[in-house]
Design a protein around this ligand. Structure first.
Ligand code: URA
Length: 271
């Protein structure tokens, strides 16, 4: 069962549960499909409209219509993927899951909340902050670049898990001069100072003190530790791509945008 509280039920003739199902209450095989019903107040919360207590008041005040009828009971079960949901006459577009990319600046924590420090969630709008998004994997506080945010746990797992070998590419500025011996050691699979075995990775020399590093796993401080183990400590690190999805040049530091289906496919493609 996913965190989105999935539930299999039969389709009724209306998406608001409680309405009659099919002719004479019979359900024909063609009408049977997997329907995920959810409480109306939860649907509005997941849409980020307002906090739960506020949402309940909005529903009780008659501001919400489902399939053209006002619904005033927050606990009403609806099928959000089939229902037409209106708030104050405005249609709300429901999506089961949400996917965003953020150009993370340095100095921001990859976390959903922190008492003292600014987190990546603080860079989003209040509406997005209420939608249960979390970062897919982690960039260090001083690392910049492409970070994905979602509320889809399965997606996040597939991006992060080494089992799926999704490539993450970084640009690094280092102390020292990366060379072909470093590239060969990366390709072989480095063993770090503490004995940690790394998967084979790609190091490409991009300048005197610069290289790009592509890894398919996400160990703690992985790229920094790999380069340090070769005597080339990292001075600056920026993530450029995940799979074939690159950080767009026109996405400013601190800015974010929603991913479309093509972007999502790219995440699981090789560059
Ligand atoms: N590897 C690191 O060392 N740091 C990051 O932030 C990401 C990958």
């Amino acid at each position: 069962m996913s965190r989105k509280n999935r539930r299999l039920s039969r389709r009724s003739s209306s998406s608001v549960t409680g309405a009659p199902a099919g002719a004479a209450g019979l359900i024909f095989p063609s009408e049977v499909r997997a329907v995920e019903t959810m409480r109306l107040d939860k649907v509005l919360c997941d849409l980020g409209t307002a906090p739960r207590s506020e949402v309940k008041k909005m529903i009780r005040a008659g501001r919400v219509c489902v399939d053209g009828r006002p619904v005033t009971a927050p606990e009403t079960k609806i099928d959000p993927s089939a229902a037409s949901i209106m708030l104050d006459g405005e249609r709300l577009a429901w999506k089961k899951y949400h996917y965003y990319m953020l150009n993370k600046p340095a100095g921001v924590l990859t976390a959903t909340e922190d008492r003292r420090q600014k987190t990546v969630l603080d860079l989003l709008t209040p509406q997005l902050q209420r939608m249960g998004l979390f970062p897919v994997g982690r960039l260090d506080r001083d690392t910049r670049g492409l970070l994905l945010l979602t509320d889809d746990g399965d997606f996040a797992h597939r991006v992060i898990s080494p089992k799926f070998a999704v490539e993450k590419r970084y640009n690094a500025r280092v102390e020292g001069i990366p060379d072909e011996a470093d590239a060969a050691a990366f390709a072989e699979g480095l063993v770090l100072g503490d004995g940690t075995q790394c998967r084979p990775a790609r190091l490409e020399i991009t300048g005197t003190d610069r290289c790009s590093v592509t890894v398919t796993e996400g160990k703690y401080h992985q790229v920094k530790r790999m380069l340090s183990s070769r005597g080339k400590p990292v001075v600056e690190l920026k993530r450029l791509s995940i799979g074939a999805l690159s950080l767009p040049d026109d996405l400013a530091e601190g800015a974010f945008r929603e991913l479309d289906e093509e972007d999502l496919c790219r995440v699981f493609m090789v560059r």
